[in-house]
Design a protein around this ligand. Structure first.
Ligand SMILES: *[C@@H]1O[C@H](CO)[C@@H](O)[C@H](O)[C@H]1NC(C)=O
Ligand SMILES: *[C@@H]1O[C@H](CO)[C@@H](O)[C@H](O)[C@H]1NC(C)=O
Ligand SMILES: *[C@@H]1O[C@H](CO)[C@@H](O)[C@H](O)[C@H]1NC(C)=O
Ligand SMILES: *[C@@H]1O[C@H](CO)[C@@H](O)[C@H](O)[C@H]1NC(C)=O
Ligand SMILES: *[C@@H]1O[C@H](CO)[C@@H](O)[C@H](O)[C@H]1NC(C)=O
Ligand SMILES: *[C@@H]1O[C@H](CO)[C@@H](O)[C@H](O)[C@H]1NC(C)=O
Ligand SMILES: *[C@@H]1O[C@H](CO)[C@@H](O)[C@H](O)[C@H]1NC(C)=O
Ligand SMILES: *[C@@H]1O[C@H](CO)[C@@H](O)[C@H](O)[C@H]1NC(C)=O
Ligand SMILES: *[C@@H]1O[C@H](CO)[C@@H](O)[C@H](O)[C@H]1NC(C)=O
Ligand SMILES: *[C@@H]1O[C@H](CO)[C@@H](O)[C@H](O)[C@H]1NC(C)=O
Length: 378
């Protein structure tokens, strides 16, 4: 699926400055320009055989270079593009990205910089400038860049290029994300300022000390840079109800039974490899039906009593099954072979998009997307 390539691209950028507010003062612009010139000069001396430090990004022979196990791995830029260091526009520093030579030139020229900065004196505003090629500090100021809005990169890039490009299209920058929300004159009591970003949080995971999710189920926790994807129309919010066992039904203990889940507004039968593609692509919607493309799961947990009031332990359950088939007559079903021992149980659906992420709805206020019923086995 084409959409995935752009996320893979974000995984490569191992380190980046934290999301920053747009500063009022832009005195760093010229320094950024000089730093970019210095970096581009340094890149000229690099070859594919240059040693490097893990996580470092650079440009080698006009290609985007990432350091893996002490050696550069090169990725070609798009047709007509070269890899280059560009001055950041909204904050101190530089980014390493693919762009046309004209974009590189105009972005640097716009800063007023005409020569490389003095490596020593420019060390303070940007780590990148002080770093000779192949030092780890180079990576700390390197980033996959936002396409410079002044150069209309967004309108020149076409969709197929965009899905393999390391550059965020300027048309996709969510400028709303740069507001922290407290500008609202009548906030709810206790409402806090949001974390903000001017680059769609594309490098957010560099701010936490966690492994990347990378398509796997990391039980100890991870950070996942994949976008959330398509939000369905509110009228396509999925909904479900258990047909069997229905709420407060009794099933025969230790006897096979079939769970039946009626489901509406979920296009079922879409599930990806959970071991390699977990949360690895955005939520998708079928353009014809308007429904999220996904699948469901059911989980049965044993309770101490019907009126149990203590939360359950989500790592312990009696039965779990993905419902991967296409719904028949509006229902999904699965056989609970051997049934469950005598007792009281809670049965829940876990509706999911194709890559197993929970369903996202277009509005906050909506009825439950999942169903939960209680049943006895005796
Ligand atoms: C890189 O190293 C390989 C193997 O030692 C060699 O064949 C190649 O010519 C080198 N390339 C450059 C650009 O130095
Ligand atoms: C660069 O910095 C060094 C050390 O601060 C200084 O000696 C040198 O004159 C500077 N060169 C230029 C061109 O500014
Ligand atoms: C440079 O990088 C170091 C280590 O990552 C960091 O502590 C320092 O604050 C950075 N300096 C600037 C000016 O960003
Ligand atoms: C879009 O990019 C693809 C791949 O580089 C290319 O084949 C195609 O011709 C481009 N289309 C336009 C309209 O530029
Ligand atoms: C939120 O943004 C406003 C306006 O930019 C700013 O004044 C305020 O300090 C910010 N609050 C926090 C907690 O960052
Ligand atoms: C991500 O997954 C790919 C494919 O399984 C693997 O080759 C790569 O090493 C993983 N990268 C990280 C950072 O875990
Ligand atoms: C989208 O839904 C329509 C109507 O049910 C169906 O014909 C089409 O195959 C679906 N598309 C995909 C990609 O599943
Ligand atoms: C649950 O119900 C039982 C009797 O059916 C009662 O003894 C017990 O106190 C109830 N527990 C709670 C937490 O309400
Ligand atoms: C589909 O559901 C309807 C109403 O629940 C039922 O009457 C009908 O027999 C079902 N058809 C199949 C093929 O299960
Ligand atoms: C159900 O099976 C369990 C063992 O899995 C057993 O301990 C229990 O007595 C059985 N209960 C009934 C009602 O058959």
């Amino acid at each position: 699926m084409k959409f995935t390539t752009v996320f893979v691209a974000t995984l490569f950028s191992a380190a980046l400055a934290l999301p920053r507010y747009i500063p009022r003062d832009s005195s760093f612009l010229k320094q950024n320009g000089e730093a970019a010139i210095a970096l581009n000069n340094q890149f000229k001396s690099l070859t594919v055989n240059s040693s490097c430090t893990a996580g470092e990004n650079a440009c080698v022979n006009g290609e985007f270079a990432q350091c893996v196990n002490g050696a550069f791995v090169l990725t070609s830029c798009g047709t007509g593009e070269v890899c280059a260091a560009l001055p950041l526009v909204n904050s101190e520093g530089t980014s390493i990205t693919c762009a046309t030579q004209a974009q590189v030139n105009s972005r640097i020229a716009a800063t007023g910089a005409t020569s490389a900065s003095n490596a020593t004196s420019s060390a303070s505003p940007s780590n990148a400038t002080s770093a000779p090629p192949c030092m780890s500090t180079l990576a700390s100021a390197s980033a996959v860049a936002i396409a410079p809005s002044s150069t209309a990169a967004a309108s020149t890039a076409n969709a197929s290029d965009a899905q393999s490009s390391f550059t965020l299209l300027s048309s996709l920058v969510q400028t709303g994300f740069s507001q922290n929300g407290t500008e609202d004159s009548s906030p709810e009591p206790g409402e806090i300022a949001s974390v903000t970003s001017t680059n769609n949080f594309i490098n957010f995971c560099a701010t936490v000390n966690l492994p990347l999710t990378n398509g796997t189920q990391v039980a100890s926790g991870s950070c996942n840079p994949a976008p959330m994807g398509v939000m369905p129309n509110v009228n396509n919010t999925p909904t479900a109800k258990f047909v069997y066992p229905a709420n407060l039904d009794t099933v025969k203990a230790n006897t096979t039974f079939t769970v039946v889940l009626a489901i509406d507004h979920l296009d079922t039968g879409f599930f990806v490899n959970p071991a390699t593609n977990y949360f690895a692509a955005p939520q998708m919607v079928n353009e014809t039906t308007g429904n999220v493309m996904g699948h469901s799961h059911v989980v049965i947990e044993r309770l101490t009593a019907l009126n149990q009031t203590t939360p359950t332990n989500p790592t312990k359950f009696s039965f779990f099954k993905g419902l991967n088939d296409v719904a028949v007559n509006g229902t999904l079903s699965t056989v609970v072979t051997g049934g469950v021992p005598a007792g009281v149980y809670r049965l829940a659906s876990i509706n999911a998009a194709a890559n197993h992420q929970p369903i996202l709805a277009s509005v906050a206020q909506h009825g439950a997307i999942d169903d939960m019923v209680y049943f006895m086995a005796e």
